[in-house]
Ligand binder design. Structure first.
Ligand code: 5GP
Ligand code: MN
Length: 352
């Protein structure tokens, strides 16, 4: 079957032709939607957006996330119905894998990103549709909708439904979740959205009932005072600038986090601030976890945060937004980071 191409300049490709895709969505299925560990706004937004649409299409749908998401996503319609694998008895999730006949993986491109859910997925052997926008993936399924040129998986979900002429199934709840996903992956419609089609998608979602101002407010203006003070501390006392490498980083230990009564998600977005300093093209946030150091990496221009994360910090992601981890102490992590930066000096300099 010849692949039809999205009518705009952004290609959506799939191993299955559009007519078969449509048939798949019009026949009732027991669908299990999965997304990656440390689920962010696009992960949760795309998964819940799809769930609302598929519900309306008559499917039976469950969403499983490996672990909990930040508090600023919990207002999303349908959040309370999500099954958080780490919190539920494991047999609940495993029953959902047994019962479903279609798995949809949203916002990741390798099963390892499923964390504690990965073994269940690998054993399941069920038909899987992958919807994602990460680059350099090795699709692990025959059915895939992958487009790294698109800023968020949530936007791909909208384009997919639009392509199949099924937008009548997008209600206010779905539109809200999808716009929240677009909003978070584009940092409030500021990055990864320099193509006109994304604003047509935003307009489309608003027409389907999404309240853009409210979504922005819920995501960006509902933090705690402690979170704001932790941000102040991070930027004032903690941020280290390495001018020779056009790089800045923030490293927060568990005890520093605790002294600001840190709650999951509080440090989300901190990594973006150093990039607003003239000449800084690479910013990294290190946060100490119980058994590792977590890294969030952001870059500007063509500096490949994902390659860097993959090469040195067991991670990956997008060109300008990646994640990774380090097994060791915070001091070892930052020392190692500073030592490997030298290799990238020219590339860093070229992007300032
Ligand atoms: P964050 O800094 O928000 O945790 O992650 C930024 C981006 O990198 C997200 O798109 C996320 O999916 C991706 N990412 C985070 N951690 C990892 C990882 O360990 N492996 C890979 N491949 N991608 C990651
Ligand atoms: Mn995403």
């Amino acid at each position: 079957m010849q692949n039809e191409i999205f009518d705009g300049t952004l290609n959506l490709s799939s191993d299955l032709g559009w007519p078969e895709m449509k048939t798949l969505l019009l026949e009732p299925h027991k669908v299990l939607i999965l997304t990656h560990k440390n689920p962010d706004g696009d992960a949760v937004g795309s998964a819940l957006g799809l769930k609302w649409i598929l519900d309306r299409l008559g499917h039976t749908v469950n969403v499983v996330i490996p672990d909990d998401s930040p508090l600023f996503l919990k207002w999303l319609p349908g959040y309370d119905d999500i099954i958080v694998h780490d919190r539920k008895p494991a047999n609940k999730t495993s029953r959902l894998f047994d019962d479903c006949d279609l798995i949809i993986c949203a916002d990741f491109n390798t099963p390892e990103r499923l964390g504690s859910v990965e073994p269940l997925y690998r054993q399941s052997g069920k038909k899987t549709l992958l919807i994602d926008h990460h680059p350099n993936g090795e699709p692990f399924t025959k059915l895939n909708l992958i487009n790294p040129a698109i800023g968020s998986t949530s936007e791909i979900v909208f384009l997919f439904i639009e392509k199949l002429n099924l937008t009548e199934y997008i209600g206010t709840e779905a539109a809200t979740c999808l716009l929240a996903g677009i909003m978070t992956d584009t940092v409030g419609l500021k990055v990864n959205c320099s193509y006109p089609e994304v604003f047509e998608t935003v307009a489309g979602l608003m027409r389907h009932g999404a309240d853009k101002e409210r979504i922005y407010h819920e995501i960006y203006n509902m933090h705690s005072a402690n979170r704001m003070r932790l941000l102040g501390y991070s930027l004032n006392k903690n941020m280290k600038i390495l001018p020779e490498y056009y790089t800045a980083y923030i490293a927060l230990t568990i005890s520093e986090l605790n002294s600001y009564h840190h709650r999951k998600g509080d440090t989300e977005g901190f990594v973006n601030y150093p990039l607003s300093i003239a000449g800084i093209v690479f910013s990294v946030l290190f946060t100490e976890q119980n058994d590792h150091i977590k890294l969030s990496l952001r870059s500007t221009g063509k500096f490949p945060a994902n390659q860097f994360a993959q090469k040195y910090f067991l991670g990956g992601g997008h060109l300008n937004a990646a994640g990774g981890r380090f097994l060791g102490t915070m001091k070892e992590a930052v020392d190692y980071f500073e030592s490997v930066l030298a290799e990238y000096r020219e590339q860093l300099s070229a992007n300032q």
